[in-house]
Ligand binder design. Sequence first.
Ligand code: ZN
Length: 117
Amino acid sequence: MSCGGPHDTDCGEVLDHLYEFLDNEMAEGDCAKLRQHFDECSPCLEKYGLEQAIKALIKRSCGCDDTPSDLRSKVLARIDNIRAGQRVGEPLLAAEGAGHGDGGLLAAGPVAAAPVD
Ligand SMILES: [Zn+2]
C-alpha cells in the first residue's frame, strides 16, 4: 500500500506506528514525521482517517449505557460459577434437593463420611 512517491518515512513504518500516533504515545519528532507523511501520501492519510474514526467509534460506544453482549455473557457465566461453588460448599442444602438428581452425588460424600456415633 503506497502512493508510489518517495517519502522520507517509509509507508510501512508509518503504518507500524499508526496506533502509537493515534494514542499520542510517540515522540514529538516522530509525530512530525508522520504528519508530514500524511500530507504527502494519501493512502496512508486515508488509513489514518479510518483508524481514527474507528477509535472514536469505540470510545463512544464504551461510553453509552448499553452493556456489550460479550460482557453480559461473561458476567452470567461468573454467576453460574458462583452458584455451582455454593452448592458444593453447602452439602446440607444439596442433600435437601437430592431427589432432583443433580448434586445428589456431591451430597453423598460428606453425609457418608459423617462419624457414626
Ligand atoms: Zn504512505
